[in-house]
Design a protein around this ligand. Structure first.
Ligand code: ACO
Length: 330
């Protein structure tokens, strides 16, 4: 019998656009305050892509950096998975554009839409392809240009979002790097967090533009409550499926939407402190599918995540969608 093939992350990279939009800048755009934004969300600033800088550009740069971190070349990549809800175009997919931009001539690829949970869903698909033996090397990218779907006249949402990208290289391994995956959706609650127009249900028209229907709409308070309970459940299930205890986890990376959500969930896991939670939402805001790989890549780059560490990643977003994954850093 041939030995079992596992999937493991062998490199991570991220990219954040240069332009910084601070809370003070937002105070000049809508009726808000730095104090409100910091205390209610934890966000101090976010990055905004330059005009003409697209999701594929940010994703390609994160991918190049992840490949360099893994010590691999673009020709080694056999599949490109891109999680995004802000693709450059309806089609071709952002994955095709990134495949061309980085020169991954052997790779197939596609986009995956699961809002803020997209990265963990894409990681699951890539891991399954590697574990089945069909491919040995994949790029998994979360990239978003949320500034294009943010209503800059609405203080309810415009203070929350930012642009950026994160990527990992997933490779075949004789040791289990991806220790568990737990994914879920609930389409019954699709309308608490969504972009109403732009698809075939409400194609773009003067009216949809006038009514700001191409922007993110969110019932914030309702989303908040569901997020806390769902993320806690996803975290516990992912740890259980990995055959671990909560105390075995070295680092927790939650989708960076709100520090109060992260704090509440982290404190209910294990020793009652949020010390193991990696946070960067103060500098980037909510970057949807990019938020988890961006935080992961930063923590790898600054040496917090070390070989042998067990890292819990937990996502929650529009759909509703959610996921929990435990990885062991090989
Ligand atoms: N500045 C000042 N005041 C504001 C602002 C603002 N930017 N936004 C709202 N307020 C006001 C409201 O109008 C309200 O005033 P009122 O009491 O007079 O009516 C008050 O502040 C409180 O509003 P709430 O909505 O109750 O504020 P809350 O504490 O819930 O915080 C927030 C809002 C930050 C949006 C929070 O609900 C949240 O983080 N929700 C979850 C977000 C999330 O997890 N999303 C999932 C992923 S995102 C994705 O999938 C794309």
């Amino acid at each position: 019998m041939s030995p079992k093939i596992y999937a493991a992350i062998s490199g991570a990279g991220h990219y954040a656009p240069e332009k910084v939009l601070t809370n003070a800048d937002l105070e000049r755009m809508v009726d808000t305050s730095d104090e409100w934004i910091r205390t209610r969300t934890g966000i101090r600033e976010r990055r905004i892509a330059a005009e003409g800088e697209c999701t594929s550009d940010m994703g390609a740069e994160a991918a190049r950096r992840a490949l360099a971190n893994a010590g691999l070349a673009a020709e080694d990549v056999e599949a490109v998975y891109v999680a995004t809800c802000t693709p450059d175009m309806v089609f071709p997919s952002t994955a095709c554009l990134i495949q061309a931009a980085i020169g991954a001539g052997r790779a197939y690829g596609y986009d995956l839409s699961a809002a803020c949970s997209g990265f963990l869903m894409a990681l699951d698909a890539a891991a399954a392809a590697i574990e089945s033996g069909r491919i040995r090397t994949a790029l998994v990218i979360g990239a978003e240009k949320l500034s294009t779907v943010t209503d800059w006249t609405s203080r309810d949402t415009c203070v929350l979002f930012g642009d950026g990208a994160g990527a990992v290289v997933l490779t075949a391994s004789d040791r289990p790097g991806i220790r568990s995956n737990y994914l879920g959706v609930d389409g019954n609650q699709a309308d608490i967090l969504y972009i109403p127009a732009g698809g075939c249900k409400r194609p773009p028209s003067e009216e949809t533009i006038r009514q700001h229907q191409h922007f993110i709409h969110m019932a914030g308070r309702e989303t908040f409550k569901i997020a806390v309970n769902t993320m806690l459940g996803a975290a516990q299930e992912a740890i259980r499926r990995a055959g671990l205890q909560e105390s075995d986890i070295d680092w927790m990376i939650f989708h960076q939407a709100n520090w109060r959500i992260i704090d509440a969930v982290a404190k209910r896991l294990g020793d009652g402190s949020a010390d193991r939670a990696i946070m960067n939402l103060d500098r980037y805001g909510n970057t949807s599918a990019a938020s988890i790989p961006l935080a992961l890549s930063e923590a790898v780059a600054d040496g917090r995540i070390q070989s042998g560490h067990k890292v819990l990643m937990v996502a929650f977003g529009g759909g509703l969608t959610w996921g929990g994954t435990v990885v062991e850093w090989i």
